[in-house]
Design a protein around this ligand. Structure first.
Ligand code: CP
Length: 292
């Protein structure tokens, strides 16, 4: 078996042959399989796996990368990174990042870019999951707000995309949380002050975890106080309507946004959401490829 570690053991004929073949090899990206790059710069279980499975189902080959292993570490600019992907035939970039420079990505024309969780700005495929689940459970109805988000709304991209999607469909969303965790933009929101008010106005709630990784130093939260007021417990569930649906995008921090007893309640519907994870990514791939 041969190696190519350096040119020490390669004879001149082989070298000339290598150069000749490299120059003459036809490379036409349109003749290759459809390629997608899954670039995840933050941890993920569900989103990464479901995008990979969705791609497999559609015959799209996937590759993985992240900032940790990319030349961004050596100062490469975004334009050069994207040009590289395009030149290698990558048609779709699926990106999870902690950064908030979403507008920088809109200018690229020769590649489709999908947010798989973009800073605190967007997580559109999660919103597709959540709203599809609400429709399946018949919770998009005449209530004042079809869903109320409870928890760390301020830093939540799941909330931002869910709110955006529901607003476009003509609905307002509810919010019930600590004042420190309210978003800066409160337009189109109904802010509720108690669980009773939440249950009166919504037949579904979506719990959000406290995103400790995004809390700034000046946003220190008293966790005991937060848990006391906003944790979903069996007692709180006992006050809700019998057909309440409780969503959670996951990961769930049991003991913070929900108690360990409440997580077992039949009103908790995260498994219904999980059933929509692969379909949401299949339809997203189809959408960006102009197939639906
Ligand atoms: N809901 C969600 O985005 O989960 P992951 O972080 O595991 O992908």
């Amino acid at each position: 078996m041969r190696h190519l570690l350096d040119f020490q053991d390669v004879n001149k004929n082989h070298l000339e042959n290598l150069i000749e073949k490299t120059r003459s090899l036809e490379f036409k990206s349109e003749n290759l399989d459809s390629l997608a790059l899954l670039k995840f710069d933050e941890p993920s279980t569900r989103t990464r796996l479901s995008f990979a499975i969705a791609a497999e189902k559609l015959g799209i080959k996937t590759f993985e990368s992240s900032d940790v292993v990319s030349a961004k570490q050596k100062g490469e600019i975004l334009k050069h990174e994207i040009e590289t992907y395009v030149s290698m035939g990558i048609e779709v970039l699926v990106l999870r990042t902690k950064e908030n420079n979403i507008d920088d990505y809109r200018e690229f024309k020769n590649i489709s870019i999908i947010s798989a969780g973009f800073g605190n700005k967007s997580h559109p495929t999660q919103a597709l999951i959540d709203i599809s689940t609400l429709y399946s459970l018949n919770k998009i109805n005449e209530k004042r707000t079809p869903v109320t988000y409870v928890g760390d709304v301020k830093h939540s991209r799941v909330f931002e995309s869910g709110r955006q999607l529901l607003n476009i469909l003509g609905f307002k969303v509810g919010v019930f949380t600590d004042k420190k965790l309210l978003p800066d933009n409160k337009n189109d929101l109904e802010i509720y002050e108690s669980w009773d008010e939440v249950f009166e106005n919504s037949n579904a709630i979506e719990l959000l975890r406290i995103q400790k990784e995004r809390l700034q130093d000046n946003e220190e939260l008293n966790f005991d106080e937060y848990i006391n007021s906003y944790q979903l417990t069996k007692e709180v569930l006992g006050k809700s309507q019998s057909d309440l649906a409780v969503l959670h995008p996951m990961p769930i921090n049991i003991g913070i946004e929900i108690s360990k007893e409440a997580i077992e309640d039949s009103k908790i519907k995260y498994k219904d959401q999980l059933l929509h994870a692969i379909p949401s990514r299949v339809t997203t791939f189809k959408y960006v490829r102009d197939e639906i």
